[in-house]
Design a binder for this molecule. Sequence first.
Ligand code: GTP
Ligand code: MG
Length: 573
Amino acid sequence: MSETSGADLQVLPANLSAGSSGFEQDYRFEGKKPNLSGSGSGSGSGTPDALKIIESQLLSTGTEQSDNGLFKITSKTKHMEISPKSKLSSPVKSVRSGSTNTTAKILNSAEETKRDLTEKISNIPVGIDQITEQVKKRISREGASFTLLVAGDRALGKTTFLNTLFEPESDHEESWMEEENRTTEFSLHQAELVDKDFKLKFTAIDTPGFFDTNNDHYCWVPITNYIDEQFRLHLYQEEQPDRKNAIDSRVHACLYFITPSPTGLTASDIRAMKELSVRVNLIPVISKADTFTKEEIAKFKANARKVMKKYGIKICELLEKEELDEKAFEDIPFSLIGADSYVSKNDGTTVRGRKYNWGVAEVENDEHCDFNKLRSMLLSKNTLDFITSTELHYEKYRNELLKFRLNAVTKKADADDATKFDANGEDNSAELNVEEEEIEEKARVEEELIETDIKIKTTNPLDCLKLISSFSLEEVEDYLAEQNPTFLQKQHLIKKGFSGIVAKQEKRFKEWKSALVQMQNEFNSENQALRNKVLKLQEQLQKLESDLEEKPQTGSETEAKSVFENSVRSTSR
Ligand SMILES: Nc1nc2c(ncn2[C@@H]2O[C@H](COP(=O)(O)OP(=O)(O)OP(=O)(O)O)[C@@H](O)[C@H]2O)c(=O)[nH]1
Ligand SMILES: [Mg+2]
């Protein structure tokens, strides 16, 4: 992964403000100007106070804005009447050492004091309502940061969408087949949006199409790894003594580009969205909506929603809990048309869109696609909801990771105790060797560590912390690397390949062994035949010798005998 400024979104000096009037004038961009102006005819058009809405979201919890611009405190905020109570703290403390009578007296007087103070304070303009003003100021000072990631298969218009959102004019011909237009690595593009005194640091992350990951089954892994890594990074940063320079790179929303296939969602789409939806606010979008008719899009959407429900794919799962306007989700998956250039319509007006013989497919026309709805959801209406719900996703991840570390230590300690001493209490650690079954068992135990609820022996936070720290970060990283699905798949393939080689060699060995046995049998039978021949000859020789001993030998007979003996010897050899 690398961080690039990107050809599309080059960074401009901050003093180069974009636009010349109204909303545009109020924005200053570091990077290309985001397309927030809503110049089209859709519902998102004319959203000059896009960031104001974010600001109001930041302040919306239990507050509302009054006419004079100050913030009233609702019943929720009023609950913060803490000054009278805090003044009571010292009498309450003395109750512990005093008698029952004294306690009753103190409590009565405390009640009276509280009543008096409440009466007084409600008549004095203390200015508690100014807290909201303080919050507003703080948020204005600190701003907010929002990170959006785009994912999906190759050539679905991910980069074009980001360009459309940030509005750079395309300077290249449409030639996506050419290598240079393909996104081959994760690239981060940043822009600072400034609306009056509110700042939003917007980060867009472009990712390579799944086709380029060369692994159809686990196409989603690079994306989920990236999201998890940012959570871990945040967790590690939180543990640092100095967090001043900590960078929050967590992903707040993921736009998933669904393949516009006439047969509906593909298997890769389903697998990828299922994995993404448990980690991040997932917003599925149908790319290249201009390749469908209106009816087809409606049908595609309905079908996609049905399939997602069937497979348990939650759209912005945690965002849904934020008491949102239900309508916000009605159009999901949003249909999108991407175009990084302007075209002229028959009436002479220029719009961002794609020109065809039959007319123009407009990006910012609600009749043509949901670009405006998506933009307003991301950059104005729900920005803060995305940010706050990401905290919940992070909390879930953090909880699981810390629990895992804690449990791993507990289990490791138990396992050490169990394996180090056998039933007789004898140390057998020298005999331990890593067998394949053991590896499988290890994987099973590790799986269990995550899934089962932890039986932590201690509830003391300090002890917990000590235990967690004893499972080193290296061990965590090693474990996570080992659990990476692509790693497991590779491991499985290697194991399978290895087993194949072993089986092949075993077969060859068996064949070779049986051939050897056969050769040995043949040799033995040949040997036996020769031995029989020798025995026969020896018998003949003995017979001849006994015959010779009976009658005197002539010279030629002696010669014949020695020739015969020699031949017998050479045969037996
Ligand atoms: N018809 C149509 N074409 C589109 C649309 N959006 C993008 N395209 C075209 O599709 C091609 C691929 O667009 P990209 O934006 O490069 O797609 P990508 O998803 O970033 O591709 P990778 O980086 O390779 O994964 C380009 O030729 C775009 O002009 C759209 O909404 N409709
Ligand atoms: Mg791309």
